[in-house]
Design a protein around this ligand. Sequence first.
Ligand code: NAD
Length: 471
Amino acid sequence: MTTLEALDVKPQSRLDAVLDLQRAAFLRDGAPGLDERRDDLKRLIAAMKENADAIAIAISADFGSRSKHETIVADVWPVVAGARNTLKRLPGWMKPKGVGVGIELLPARGRILYQPLGVVGIISPWNYPFQLAIAPLVAALAAGNRVMLKPSELTPRTSEFLAGFLAKLFPEEKVATVLGGADVGAAFSALPFDHLFYTGSTEIGRRVMRAAADNLTPVTLELGGKSPCIIGADADLAAACRSIAFGKLLNAGQTCIAPDYALVPKPMLDDFVAGLEAAIRALYPTLARNPDYTSIINARHYARISRLVDEARERGERVVQINSASEQLAPEARKFAPTLVIEPPADLTVMREEIFGPVLPILSYDTLDDAIAFVNARPRPLALYYFGVGTAARDRVLALTTSGGAAVNETLLHVAAENLPFGGVGASGMGAYHGDAGFRTFSHAKSVFLQNRFNAASLLHPPYGRAADFM
Ligand code: NAD
């Protein structure tokens, strides 16, 4: 076996060499059977449980501060739960499916075989650096593929950890990790993979898709965007505020499906702002030394979020920052106080760009259809949250808006329901994973026509005298 360490190679040649190694192994060994895939998943699950503390330490070091609890709940547990679900359901997913061929083609039969695609690439971001690297890996391995992973350079300790963790579990010809920044990402996305799975910003997603197009490599793009919360007139306001505060401030808002802005019926605006403030104070009574409140990933993102709020202030907008008056937040610690921007105009940056931080614009609306029109006038979001008791308004919102996913009377948790396909639509992405959607994303559904020995197809052959009998 070629060992890459032995080949003193430059990044591009290393990428090519790993791809060649994995492709040769795939062609040599073919699709792994159920037992091998289940064994891989079992070892991965055991290693995740054993290494939960190490994962939490690496991620906290990368962020500056992130609690172990948040890492277990939001980064590790979802992958362990997803891998366990995959283990249980994989035999059913892998089973060839018989399909009818239509009465004219009887007695032939149809069958769909689920085959691995071959060698797939996964590019992952920094915000949930463990989950967003390993959850697609689970789906890709379950479908029998070989995987090259390129984690984010913004979480170097976690990326180093991932490289070592995966190298202990899998030979490089099955799973290989490639470290590096945007240049390596660009070279990586230009490799002729059998599939490329990218999680990250919409802007880079465009570049990844362009690079993949040259190889006709199919892509799954898990992108970002501005996910709205619509508060219905009959919503339980206290419960809505609790859920939105949680969804917005988990990981300090650095979550692809975090509520990005809220739309509230005009008469409820003040109560909503007061309710949200109370809910935030209950979840995070302090900030500076509160281990539950995660830091912003780096100084560049901290400055970006600060600019969003500064611009709103400079324009004279109403800004509510939720922090006890006695607390000083040192910029070096990058804990950004939860901030509400009330009724911002549409041209403010906070209403034009994905916020990806603990800032929530709140806008009021007159009628539910106005709120729906507001959402529909913008790029299709990754998630949409609706809060309300009655089903008619709920169903109207769900029917008339298009978003990757949606949750009713809750934020975020649709991503944790493993059997709900997770993915975006339009500018928030294409394709999906989790549960059987992940298995299918990384499989080729091969259609096979099985002719019967009492072959009736000769009726289709010339001479064509009896063709009219078919209609
Ligand atoms: P990013 O796009 O900056 O980087 C993501 C990955 O792409 C990194 O590994 C990076 O090295 C790589 N990369 C950078 N330049 C590249 C290039 N030219 N070609 C190929 N790869 C390149 O994203 P980010 O800042 O790490 O993540 C934040 C964004 O990701 C937000 O927009 C967020 O909404 C989105 N996101 C989406 C999901 C989802 O599941 N849909 C999940 C998390 C984050």
